[in-house]
Design a protein around this ligand. Structure first.
Ligand SMILES: [Zn+2]
Length: 189
C-alpha cells in the first residue's frame, strides 16, 4: 500500500477528517485522526496489518506486543500476517504489564505494534515490558507516525504513513482567526 492508499482508506472510514476540530486536549487542529474508525472494518484492518507486516518481516519477530487498548486490533492483524503470537500489555496500578497468562521468553524476538506513534512514550513503555520479561525487542511498528525524530522510540521504527496533526491553542488558531466553524469530533452535528 502506498501512503496515498493508506490515507484514502482512513478518509473513507471517517478516521481522518480535515477541517477545524476541537481535540480532547482542548487544542484546535485542522486534522482529526481516529484510527479505531478504520480498524472497525475487519477487512480494512486486515489489509493495513498485512501492509505493515511486509515492512517488518525482515526483523523476523516471533511475537508482537501492543499496548492496550489502541494497539490491540492492529497488533492482532500484524500477528496474523506474520504468523506469530499477538499479545497485549495493559495497565495495572498505572504501569503497563503482561497479564492474562501472557508470557515472553528470552528466545522471543518481539515487535511492538501500535496504531499511532506520537511522542513514542507508550512505545518506550511497551519496550520496557519486553525487557523486564527478558525477551529481545526487534523494532516498533505503527500505522501512523505523528511525530518527528524516528529515533525517539529507541529502536528501529516502521510506519505506513507520516502525518502531521498540528495543534493550536484557541487564541493562536488560524482556523479560528479565519472564522471557520469549530467541530468537536465524535459529537453529532
Ligand atoms: Zn480554532
Amino acid at each position: 500500500m502506498t501512503d496515498a492508499d493508506v490515507l484514502d482508506l482512513f478518509r473513507r472510514s471517517g478516521a481522518l477528517l480535515e477541517g477545524h476540530f476541537k481535540l480532547s486536549s482542548g487544542l484546535h487542529s485542522g486534522r482529526y485522526l481516529q484510527s479505531a474508525l478504520v480498524l472497525q472494518y475487519p477487512d480494512r484492518a486486515e489489509r493495513l496489518g498485512a501492509a505493515l507486516a511486509e515492512r517488518v518481516r525482515a526483523l523476523r519477530p516471533t511475537a508482537v506486543l501492543s499496548p492496550a487498548l489502541g494497539g490491540i486490533v492492529i497488533g492482532q492483524e500484524v500477528g496474523r500476517a506474520l504468523g506469530v503470537r499477538a499479545l497485549f500489555a495493559e495497565r495495572q496500578d498505572g504501569a503497563l504489564t503482561l497479564r492474562r497468562g501472557f508470557s515472553l521468553s528470552p528466545e522471543d524476538r518481539v515487535l511492538i505494534v501500535e496504531d499511532v506513534i506520537t511522542t513514542g512514550g507508550s512505545t518506550r513503555e511497551t519496550i520496557a515490558v519486553v525487557q523486564a520479561a527478558g525477551a529481545h525487542v526487534v523494532g516498533a511498528a505503527g500505522l501512523v507516525d505523528r511525530g518527528g525524530d524516528p529515533s525517539r522510540v529507541g529502536v528501529e521504527m516502521h510506519t505506513l504513513v507520516k502525518l502531521d496533526v498540528p495543534a493550536y491553542s484557541p487564541d493562536a488558531c488560524p482556523m479560528c482567526a479565519a472564522g471557520q466553524a469549530l467541530v468537536k469530533p465524535g459529537s453529532r452535528q
